[in-house]
Structures are given as C-alpha cells and as structure tokens.
Design a protein around this ligand. Sequence first.
Ligand code: ATP
Ligand code: MG
Length: 247
Amino acid sequence: MVVLAILGKGGVGKTTLAANLAAAVAEKGVSTIVADFDIITGDLAEHFAIKDTKVRDELSKTSGSSIHDLIAAEDLTQEVLNSCLVEVSRNLRIVPSIVGASIELLARVFSSSDIVRTVRALSELCELLVLDFASLDPYAVVALPACTHALLVVDNTPSSRVVAERAARACEVAGTFAVGYVLCKSRYASENIAGLSCLAVLPHDDTLLKHYGKGLPFMTAPGSPYVQKVRELARLLVGEGKRSSDG
Ligand SMILES: Nc1ncnc2c1ncn2[C@@H]1O[C@H](COP(=O)(O)OP(=O)(O)OP(=O)(O)O)[C@@H](O)[C@H]1O
Ligand SMILES: [Mg+2]
C-alpha cells in the first residue's frame, strides 16, 4: 500500500489538493482513505458532502469520532478504526479531524509512537492512504517514517519554497520518497525545488469554494480547470499518465 503525505506551508492548498486528489484516485477504482492529520485546525471534512447528519453534527461540535480518537485510543481495534472512518463514496473514506475542538483537547500532546501506529493501522485498510498535515508541523515530521511517499505543495511565495525544501529534507531523513511538487494557484511551472520536478501546476480557481461540501469534494465542479489538472495528477500517480513539464 502507498501512504502519501501532503506537505507544504500553511494556506498553499494542501487540504484542497488532498481532498480532490483522493477523490480522483478513488474514481479510478483504487481503495482510498484520506486522513486529516491537521490535528489542531483540520478542515478536510468540510470539503466533502457528508450525508450522515449525525457525523456532520459531530464534526461541527467539539467532539466526535475523529483522528483524535484514533491517536488517543488505548487499543486500535477494528471497531475503533471503523468508528472514525466516514464513507463518502465508492472507494473513498475519510478520517476527519475536528474543526471546533475544545482548547482542552488541543492542549493534549500526542506521542509520536501513537501517531505512527495510527498511520500504519489506517494504511492496512486501503490501497492508498493520503495524509493531510498542517504545514511541516511536528506531527508531520514524526509521521513521515510511516509514509512511503510525499507530495510537496507550493504556491508562488518564496516562503512556501523554503518550507518545501525543508519538507524534502525531512523526507530524506525519514526515508520517504518525495515524488515531486505541485504548484498551486498559479499558471506557470517554476524551476526545480530541492531537486524535485513539478508534477502539476494547479490553476487558481474561484469556483472551488462554491462547491465546498456540496459534492464529492470539488470533483463535481463541471469543467473546472483545477479538477482537470487534479485528475491528470491522479493518472500520473497511479501510473497511467505522462509527466508534463508545463503541468
Ligand atoms: N487552486 C486554487 N484556487 C483558488 N483557491 C484555492 C485553490 N487552492 C486552494 N484554494 C483556497 O485557498 C485556501 C487555502 O486552501 P487549503 O485549505 O487547501 O490550504 P492548506 O494548505 O490546507 O491550508 P492550511 O495549512 O491552513 O491547512 C482555501 O480558501 C481554498 O479554498
Ligand atoms: Mg489544510
């Protein structure tokens, strides 16, 4: 199985990419889980139309079945795992974090071994596990050794390149294969970052927000140039597509 970490500076478009990429890969018949490892401010679930109102209500409250429960579980049983997995479509499940988590919950520091154990357990339940992190935070760094691959996300800001270069270095240390980087909210490919090549240039797309939480995340946005590029990236990652230098 493949465990793909999505890494990059805050606000570059990681979560949007994680949600859409997971949906695009699942669309191709690959059993996929996308897990929100943005433990403090995770908003992955907002990208999906979660039909189960009980789950939806729980997500908007301060508690509920989430990544927190998995990491904190005394015993990571099948039942505990299942309680935190939300099915959003055929081949696609998510593990949400909690947007409105209490300060008491956020003050809790999870151990690195519990983070790694959670990643490993989830990876056994699917063919592709996509992990959405909050920037290159300590949880991302400790989880990396359990990730087989990483995809770096940058925008046009110099600071996002610095974070991507540090993420590439973190991958080297962890033994995780950095497959390349994706440039978000842009039209042109930039030069190599940390010796990695640009796998896709995802255009700025103002229609994305309109589809927030309405469909299978934004994959339902008809004709969206962003969605088309994400589908190409999904093909590339599952080995069907050709790498293009202009994204
Ligand atoms: N290609 C795009 N075109 C237009 N807006 C985008 C694009 N990608 C992301 N956004 C918007 O940019 C904002 C940040 O995106 P997102 O939440 O995916 O970033 P992030 O890297 O996960 O941020 P954080 O580090 O805070 O979790 C959101 O409002 C999102 O809708
Ligand atoms: Mg995010």
